[in-house]
Structures are given as C-alpha cells and as structure tokens.
Design a protein around this ligand. Structure first.
Ligand code: MCF
Ligand code: ZN
Length: 336
C-alpha cells in the first residue's frame, strides 16, 4: 500500500537504535563554528556558503572532518559535543546509539588524556540519559590512514577502558591505506580485553575487503559492507554467520558510492537475510538525520512500520552493550 502522510509521520517518529555514528562527525556546523570563534581558529574551506560543511568526494570529506575536529581541544569541548549530539539523537527518536570515539582526536593518542576525555564524555552521556532518555555507548575507533602503530595505541586505550561504557573497538578511514591484516594485532588486543569488534570495510573496496574483515580481523559487525552485495556467495556467508552490516545509505549517496538511494543494495541484502541496520554516519556532513533516513527508505522501498521495527530489533540484537541495557532498550522499542 502506498504511504500516506500519517504512515510516514508514524515511521519518522518510531524509537530507533543507531549503531554507526562518528562522535566528531555528528557535530553540528554551528557548534564547530562557535568553538572556532572562541579559540580564534581559522577554519577556511571547512564551511560552504550556506554554513554547512563543504566537501566534494571522499578525500575532501576526510580532510574537512579532520580540520573541523581540530577545534575540539579539551575534555570540556567533548562534553559539550556529547550533549549536542545526544540532543539531536533525542529529536530524531533515537533511544540507543553507539558512537565512534578516537583517542587520536581525544588527547592525541596519550593514554592519560584519553582517561580524562572519556570521563567528561561519560559524564555528559549520563546526564543526557537522565534528561533526554538517550543511551550512549562508545566504540573506540582507530583511523586506517593513521597506520597500524597508532591503531595499537588506540587499542591499548580501548583495552584500558573496556567496560560498561566502552564496549567495542573498530576502525574507520581510508580503505586504500594499508591492508586490513596489518591491523590484526590491534584487533586481537581489543578482543582479548573483552571488546566486540567492527570495521569500516566494503564501502569503497569490493567483496574481498569484507572477506578480509571476517578472516583476518574476526569482526562481529561491518561498517558499511555494502559492496558485499556484488558477491552472492559472500552475501550467503554474511546471512548464515549473522554478521551485521551497519548500513548508512544517506552517507553512501552523499559520498557517491551510489548515485541515488534506489540504486543502493539495502533491499537486496535485507531480502537475502543479512542482518542489516540503518545509521546516519556523519549526519550534518551528509545533510541527513535518522528521521530523514527512515523517510527516504520508506518512500524508496515502500517499507512499512513492521520492516522498520524488525530493523531496530536487529540493531539491538547486534548492539555491543550488556544484556541489562538491551532489555531496557527492548522495552522502549515495544512501548506503545
Ligand atoms: O563512514 C564514513 C566514511 N567512511 C570512512 N570513514 C569515516 C566516515 N566518517 C568518518 N570516518 C573516519 C574518518 O577518517 O573515521 C574517523 C575519521 O577520521 C573518525 S572515528 C572517531
Ligand atoms: Zn562511518
């Protein structure tokens, strides 16, 4: 049945679980501009004429991301960022979110500073949970183009702080920078510390990259992983092994992985039984929100509330938090 205004509004308002959000990538442009003014940092080239983030293509995106992030210089800045991004989550009906946090950005890789940053972020998250009802968990994330040595430092930070807030370890960044197996040591360390694992793979590079993520790193989830759709045997493997894909369709279209949402393989992957989830990645960069993601998917693939409900249950099943937290969030998903 075609959607009505009412059915679309009901979908946009649904409680949501989001597994793939970059902490700095969620910073509203006005927030970053404000900090730049306070600190007299020149951010020329970061913003477009309308005040949004300027980028064209993936490489420029990575540079803009890192330039914008340069104004986040203290634990207090990260506390304010955490509050701002959780307010945006609350506006979008997100009840549980996992964000990627990098010790390379929070204190420049220094373990002592990482503890301070994390303390501030966690405090802000606990306040937001009380005030706005959004639960945040952190996934320590190394940056592929910073290389395996930095990744080892990030993994040490992750292992030192693994617990009920830091629940996972992962990697983002440029897929063309070094083979995944070069990062195996840092993923092994994180696994031994009890962390769950995810890696950005198969966004730009093809199915072999997704195979390597499974075989060389032993991850539980894959960030993006969309290009696995080009290999039917790999799709079957993902479905059978129950490997969750953290899909970010709006990001893929904004960065040009796919020309338009209709060409995105999300529906094919869903029908093939792969555990798929939907996230916003770096929402202000890609001019998206979780509400927009849901509305666009509903309109393009004709998904109804049942499909989105299943999507959220899948996301919660593959979330890295403990069983008590899952139970609490499950109750919120089921609430009338
Ligand atoms: O998912 C998008 C696009 N693909 C790859 N990497 C990233 C994305 N958003 C942010 N990143 C990377 C970026 O290199 O993650 C790092 C950034 O430096 C931050 S993780 C806290
Ligand atoms: Zn990402």
């Amino acid at each position: 049945m075609p959607h009505t205004e009412e059915s679309l509004a009901a979908i946009a308002d649904m409680p949501k679980v989001e597994l793939h959000l970059h902490h700095e990538g969620a910073a509203p442009p006005a927030f970053i501009r404000g900090l730049a003014q306070e600190k007299s940092v020149n951010l020329s080239g970061v913003f477009d004429a309308r005040g949004g983030y300027a980028f064209a293509g993936f490489e420029r995106f990575l540079r803009t991301y890192e330039a914008a992030t340069s104004v986040l210089q203290s634990p207090e800045d990260y506390a304010r960022l955490t509050t701002a991004l959780l307010e945006e989550c609350a506006r979008n009906g997100v009840v549980y979110v996992e964000s990627f946090l990098s010790p390379d950005f929070c204190g420049g890789g220094d373990l002592g500073a990482w503890h301070e940053y994390l303390h501030a972020i966690r405090d802000a998250a606990e306040r937001a949970e009380r005030d706005m009802g959004v639960t945040l968990r952190g996934v320590v994330t190394c940056v592929r183009h910073f290389g395996p040595d930095k990744a080892r430092l990030a993994s040490r930070c992750a292992a030192e702080t693994a617990g009920d807030f830091i629940t996972g370890y992962g990697m983002g960044g440029d897929e063309n920078a070094g083979a995944l197996k070069d990062f195996a040591y840092s993923f092994d360390m994180a696994r031994e510390a009890g962390l769950r694992l995810t890696v950005h793979a198969g966004e730009w590079r093809g199915p072999s990259e997704v195979r390597s993520a499974l075989d060389d790193l032993g991850v539980h989830r894959i960030g993006h992983g969309v290009r696995a759709a080009e290999d039917p045997a790999l799709v079957d493997r993902l479905a059978e092994a129950g490997i969750c894909l953290e899909l970010c369709p709006g990001s893929n279209v904004a960065l040009g992985v796919y020309e338009r949402l209709g060409a995105h393989p999300i529906e094919r992957l869903r029908r093939a039984g792969v555990p798929i989830t939907v996230s916003s990645d770096d929402p202000p960069f890609f001019h998206t929100t979780m509400r927009d993601e849901y509305l666009n998917l509903a309109r393009t693939f004709d998904w109804d509330e049942e499909e989105f409900g299943a999507l959220n249950r899948t996301a919660l099943a593959h979330a890295f938090c403990d069983a008590d937290t899952k139970k609490k969030i499950a109750d919120r998903l089921e609430a009338p």
